[in-house]
Write a protein that binds this ligand. Structure first.
Ligand code: SF4
Length: 324
């Protein structure tokens, strides 16, 4: 275990019962790490397990198997005070700012809730801290006495960010934090997250299906498909030359800003739907949609292999595909 890693997970699995002795393998054998001050983007289509992965790392779900480390210490089975301490250090910004804020509480109460659980502050200190946090996320003090329904989507997400920051965490899982917002607001929220990261040396797991935003914010990127990581590397590596056919297809769908490049953009279209994680296909799980699949792919599930330092891919034929 390297001391450089704030978060490390090894062979993490999270399964849910799905009736009639069936199991939904939402997260299946995921290993990754995140360095202090870094953003790891986690990308994949809806239902690929990225949110479950984030929630399991935060101990909102108990893992089925595997290990989770925080600052080098295993936290997989923490309970009581130690678990509470971890939860102070590791917070979440939720996807939907419309449903994640209690409509009966004032904004001040929402932001101060975590302080009451994790910090020993007087009412006056809490009030001062709420004002500071509102300023930090770009809102004025008078928002403290309002209710969530009086706010726009972007303002609500700023409150969600202030709530996460209130207990001075080191690590934040940002779970699709912009997907419910208007496009015009999305960049403002992402730029706020980037500024806060620099100011407070925060470490993020940024979960999204929006590759353009992931590219903008992430130092490294992991691509998930049907519960497993299929590729992991620096943003430069992933967006410079994707090695896995699934990553290639996702990247080919990003529109180019330059109209000339957009005209010549070659899109790799994925055929078919994502198979069910209750009954995944044998061998490589991407096989039913992969244009390069062979008989070997039906027989053997490719392992996530380190193909150059810090660069991982799970495909039997990544060398040939990279040249294609
Ligand atoms: Fe495609 Fe086979 Fe590679 Fe899976 S292992 S991604 S099916 S070529």
């Amino acid at each position: 275990m390297s001391e450089q890693h704030l978060i490390e997970v090894k062979n993490l699995c999270k399964y849910f019962p799905a009736g009639k002795k069936r199991t939904l393998k939402a997260v299946d054998n995921v290993s990754l790490f995140i360095r202090p001050g870094e953003t790891l983007g986690l990308v994949g289509e809806s239902g690929c397990g990225k949110t479950t992965c984030g929630r399991t790392i935060l101990k909102l779900y108990n893992q089925t198997s595997g290990q989770i480390f925080f600052e080098g210490k295993e936290i997989s089975h923490l309970k009581g005070k130690e678990l509470l301490q971890f939860k102070k250090n590791a917070q979440m910004i939720f996807q939907d700012p419309y449903s994640s804020l209690d409509p009966r509480m004032t904004i001040a109460e929402i932001i101060a809730e975590g302080m009451t659980v994790h910090m020993h502050l007087s009412d006056k200190e809490k009030q001062e801290r709420v004002s500071e946090l509102l300023a930090t996320v770009g809102l004025t003090e008078d928002y403290a006495n309002r209710f969530a329904h009086e706010l726009s989507g972007g303002q609500r997400q700023r409150i969600g960010i202030a709530r996460a920051l209130a207990v001075e965490p080191k690590f934040i899982v940002c779970d699709e934090p912009i997907s419910a917002l208007d496009v015009s607001i999305q960049a403002q929220i992402v730029n706020l997250l980037i500024k806060l990261q620099h100011d407070k040396n925060l470490t993020y797991l940024f979960i999204s299906h929006d590759l353009s935003m992931v590219r903008h914010i992430s130092d490294r990127v992991g691509i998930m498909y049907l519960g497993s990581l299929v590729e992991l590397g620096t943003s430069q590596q992933i967006f410079g030359q994707a090695l896995h056919p699934y990553t290639k297809a996702l990247i080919s769908a990003i529109p180019e800003a330059d109209p000339d490049s957009e005209k010549t953009r070659q899109r790799v279209k994925l055929e078919g739907e994502v198979p069910s994680p209750i009954n995944p296909p044998p061998g490589c799980r991407f096989r039913p949609r992969c244009p390069y699949a062979t008989e070997q792919c039906a027989q053997e599930m490719p392992a996530l292999e380190e193909v150059e330092p810090g660069r991982f891919v799970a495909c039997h034929f990544w060398r040939d595909i990279a040249k294609a």
